[in-house]
Structures are given as C-alpha cells and as structure tokens.
Write a protein that binds this ligand. Structure first.
Ligand SMILES: [Zn+2]
Length: 482
C-alpha cells in the first residue's frame, strides 16, 4: 500500500515517473553503466512512432538523413575554441585500440558539429553546392556529473536528432532558424507537448553559437525541461573549419551555419505531461498499441465471445490500427489495470451481451468514458475517437501549462513562484547578462531567456528591468530547470 501512495504524479513526480517508465516497460534502468539504459520493445515502438513524426517534418522541408561516425579525432573536436571549452568536461575518450595506445585520442561524439563540418568542407565548393540541410538520429555520449535521471539526464543520449545546415548568407541562416522553430513547433504540437520559446541568455547559449533559441516545457513538479534547441552558428564554425564557397563573382566566402536538436527528453515529456495516477496515456498517433480488446468471458460462452473478438481484431488490423487481443487467463479487471497503466488509448470490451446485440463497449483512456457502439462502421468510429482523444490531450496539456505561467510584478513574486514550484514567472528584462545573472541569484532559479512565444508576450509600454531600471519591452521567463 505504501507503494501506491508514492504513485502520485503531482505529489511525488520522480517516483511516479520512474514507476511508469520501468513498469510500463518503456526502458530498463538497471543496466550496469551509470546513465545508460535499455529501450525495451514497447518503449522502442513508442520511440519509433515519435521519430516517424520528426522524420516526416524534416523530410518535407528539404532535409536529408545522413549518418556520421561515432568517433571524432581530438584535433578536429578542438578546432572551434568556444565549442571545445563548452564540452571538454563531458567528453568520453577512446585511448586504446585493443592493447595498443592510439596515437590520436578519439572522442565519442558529444554532438556532431565538428564531425560533420570537417566533411562539409570537402563537399562545398561553390554557391551552387548550398544550402546543405541534413540530419541524423544517433546516440551521443556526455559525462554528466549531476545526478542522472532516465530519459532526462543521461550519459548516453540514445536518441539525439541533430540537424545541421550550411548557407551562403546570414539572411538565409536566419530564415533557416525560423524554419527550424516552425518544424519543432509543429512537432511538439502534434505530440501535445506545451512549450515556451525563449532566446537563451548569452551566458547560457550553445558553445560556439551566435545565439540559441530553446523550447522548454513544464514538468508536473514545477520545473521546466529543455526539449529542443535551435542555434545560429554564424560563421564561427565555418572559420574554424575553413568551410568556404566561391560566390558568383569567384570570391571565396565563409559559409553561415545553423544546427538544431532534440532528444529522448521528448519522450520523457510525453510520459510526464499526458499521464495520470493510473499510468501512462499515449496519443493514438504514437501509441505502440492503439486498441486493446478484452474479452469478458462467462462460462459456456467462451467461444462465441472469442470469435467476435478475433473478428474485431482482424477488421481493425486490416485498417492499419495497432490492435492487441488480450487472451491471457487472468481477470478482465487485471487486464484493464495493465493496459491503462501502459497508456493504451482505447479499450474494447466484448461480452456475451455485446455479441448478442452486435455491439462493442469502448472505454477511452483519457476520460474513462464508456459507451457502446454498433459493430457496423466500427473502424470509422474508432478513428473518430482517436481524433477526439488527441484533441482532448492537447487541450488539457496546454490548459495546465498556461495556468502555471505567471506575469509577475517584481522579483519577490517571481521568487515565491519558483521556490514553491508553481511554474514559470515572466518579468521585464533588459536582456543584459549582468541583470540576467543577478535575477537568477535573487530568485534562486534560472533565466530561460527572452520570451519569443508570441501568445505570451504582451508587455505594456514603458516596462522597466527590475535590476537596472532600464526601459524594455522584452520579458524574461524564469523557472527552476532540469
Ligand atoms: Zn537590466
């Protein structure tokens, strides 16, 4: 019973989250290397359907998928000075091949700018070779020194989607940043993950970038989690890597670059945001199993019921609906509990009465609404229910998110919100590093940056930065972060 009490999304988020990812068999955290974990079949399917969405969005906007090696030579990793400074404390090194010491140490990629740009240099000659827009979905390694947390803070990021682009002009790079923000917005919208978009403070931008834009969502414990970033690299890497192109006049110019990434934190957000105290809830679009059929069996009527169940199973499968018929020899109640916990969005119950009336009983995971439907047009009905569930989950998540964003008048109010883990505080800010760092200190939280989300920016004229008193129309988002 004690365990049951701990399973509460808002009162004990950490324990709730760990229980779901382990017991719903998404991942196994017991692998004997700290910060590394195993994707189990059910979790791997969820991951695949999520990745299908981002692949579709990237492919539709002219990105092409590539695959670069995991190993990066030491000298190449160190070419861009700011970049290596940002990562040197986190790099894993390969020093031996078998028993022999390697002449050149090899890094396990912490990210792939340097791996890719050393090759882009060989691919780009003239302006006609531009733009380059590629991405890969790979694992990366970072020696995290903070406490690791499965899917959220790990040492092997197993699902790192990194896109990298090369352009002839800064304008085109800026346009690319906008496109990337749009692609990620669509991605998170499809998944029903609410977000705030901010331009990160200078002291928190990506190592080697001109500036960074980030997507943060809010976890049930009141802390924000960065789920996506977009960086304008300007010419910083192009200069370090001598990535040049010949322009129309035959002159050599340094290229402009952008990069943007997401990781399995997206899956952590899906679990955390949509789930409830009965377990995970997955949107039908990404659910490993979309419909589970549970036979309600009475003595003497087994065969009739099972026959009908199989008929429904086949009909749904034929329509491409991921359906599972649970024929285990345990009580229907146990089955309900299991599949609710594992987040299956739709349950179909079929008992002798349903067979007699040529109907099924459908229960929605998101609302527990229970209704009977005729067998006719069942697949159409189910697809409609899928749409309703998706809309409801998205709406619910955004409503919850908006409730936890507070426009505050002063730093005391911001501090109260952050210390009590109520959510995100919005406050005017002049955007200087100095004032940003001071605000972090005063409220004991983190400045996420200048808010770019249009629906959240509605500052009146003549607001002032609470630290320096300078007039500003910009607003900072402040929170406790993961
Ligand atoms: Zn200021």
């Amino acid at each position: 019973m004690e365990e049951k009490e701990a399973f509460d999304k808002y009162k004990n988020f950490s324990e709730w989250f760990r229980t779901i990812i382990m017991d719903a068999e998404l991942v196994d955290t017991r692998y004997p290397v700290k910060g590394c974990y195993v994707w189990r079949p059910y979790g791997f399917k969820l991951r695949k359907y999520v990745l299908d969405i981002i692949r579709r969005l990237l492919n539709n906007t002219g990105h092409e998928e590539v695959l670069f090696p995991l190993l990066i030579p030491e000298d190449i990793l160190g070419l861009e000075k700011e970049h290596i400074k940002g990562f040197e404390g986190e790099v894993y090194w390969v020093t031996h091949g078998g028993l022999r010491r390697l002449e050149k140490k090899l890094a396990l990629r912490p990210t792939s700018e340097t791996a890719m740009y050393s090759m882009f240099k060989k691919w780009v000659h003239s302006h006609a070779d531009l733009p380059i827009k590629v991405y890969q979905i790979v694992n990366i390694f970072r020696y995290e020194t903070k406490a690791t947390k499965p899917l959220i803070r790990v040492r092997e990021v197993t699902t790192f989607k990194e896109a990298h682009t090369v352009h002839a002009t800064m304008e085109e790079a800026e346009k690319q940043v906008k496109e990337a923000v749009e692609v990620y917005s669509k991605f998170f919208n499809e998944l029903g993950i609410p977000y705030i978009i901010c331009r990160r403070p200078n002291f928190d931008k990506f190592a080697g970038a001109e500036y960074s834009i980030a997507f943060d969502t809010l976890m049930p414990d009141g802390r924000t989690m960065q789920i996506g970033t977009v960086h304008n690299l300007g010419q910083n890497f192009a200069k370090a890597f001598e990535l040049t192109y010949e322009d129309i006049n035959g002159k050599h110019q340094f290229a402009y670059q952008t990069c943007y990434g997401i990781s399995e934190r997206v899956i952590a957000a899906i679990v955390a945001i949509h789930g409830d105290n009965r377990g995970a809830i997955f949107l039908p679009s990404i659910a490993p199993i979309q419909v589970v059929i549970v036979p309600i069996i009475y003595k003497g009527e087994e065969e009739k019921v099972l026959q009908q169940c199989r008929k429904v199973l086949n009909a749904l499968k034929q329509e491409g609906i991921r359906t599972f018929l649970d024929e285990r020899d345990i009580s229907p109640g146990r089955k309900f509990y299991d599949w609710e916990f594992r987040g299956v969005p739709v349950r179909i119950e079929i008992g002798p009465k349903d067979v007699a009336n040529n109907q099924v009983t459908i229960v929605r995971r998101d609302t527990f609404e229970r209704k009977t439907y005729s067998m006719e047009d069942l697949t159409t009905v189910i697809k409609e229910i899928f749409t309703e569930i998706e809309e409801n989950l998205r709406k619910r998540a955004w409503e919850e998110f908006r409730k936890r964003i507070f426009r505050v008048k002063n730093l005391q109010e911001a501090k109260e919100i952050i210390q009590n883990r109520r959510g995100i505080a919005l406050i005017p800010w002049c955007e200087s590093d100095e004032c940003g760092l001071k605000m972090c200190e005063e409220v004991d939280g983190d400045v996420l940056g200048v808010v770019l989300s249009e629906d959240l920016v509605n500052l009146a004229e003549n607001e002032v930065c609470p630290i320096c008193g300078k007039e500003t129309k910009k607003m900072a988002a402040i929170a406790k972060t993961y």
